[in-house]
Design a protein around this ligand. Sequence first.
Ligand code: SF4
Length: 274
Amino acid sequence: MGSLDGYPRFNIPGVTKPFNPLKLAKWTEEIVCRRNRDGFQERKYTDFYVAGVYRGIVTGGAVGCCLRCFYCWVPLSREYPERFGRYYDPRRVAKIMSYLAREYRVYKARISCCEPTIGMDHLIQVLRLVEEDRNIKLFILETNGIIFGAYPEYVGEIAKFKKVYVRVSIKAGTPEGFERRTGAEGRFYELPFKAVKHLWENNIRFHVAAMTDPRIMTPDERRIILEKLSKISPWLAENLEEEDIDPYDTTLIRLYKAGILHKVFPTYKVVEEE
Ligand code: SF4
């Protein structure tokens, strides 16, 4: 795994140096993925369960992301990927997902709590097996679009799977908003929009979501996002899924560390341990 000196943990203004999210994706992949003796890329997961969202979906809770959004709800495995999870072979992941889909009759699956596009070989293998599986009819791929934006050929691979539906999450409409909210360098803010373009051009089934909560985003920045999407296709802007920040425990900790907890949730407190 090598040294983790300088690995970005929390998004703390003035402390966390803005990072290159593509380099962080590679670094995180080194921590959360490994190759096994059969040549398969394994990835770290903490658990597998059925979640109530999407009217029921099998969820592989995996480890590791390439952004540090201050409103993020996922477990603290995001900050400390070396401490959480066990490595799972893609064949085992698909088998567990299939079993849960059959037992709970939910027919949908996803990889969550992380950025699922980290570890391309692992994801593609899982999708290949899901494609042939009788119990799973739909795989919802939730992504921040950073890696898809940088590597169009990866999107081309995803286009081969009929069961995949993508949900891309846009973080910001400006470099400044992107850097503040995600901790990543502002110059990378266009990558999720590029991902949207690649998905559109590849005829992949998808929609766009954006965290446009007015407590953290100005109406002007929201308008910029809508305009940028409209340029690709007006349909994308018309069907934008707009999100608000929910007060999960991990979200409260991250907002607190980012210095904006009281702006978003004035009545909440985070008690720090000595
Ligand atoms: S909100 Fe999504 S993209 Fe942002 S840090 Fe959390 S898991 Fe990563």
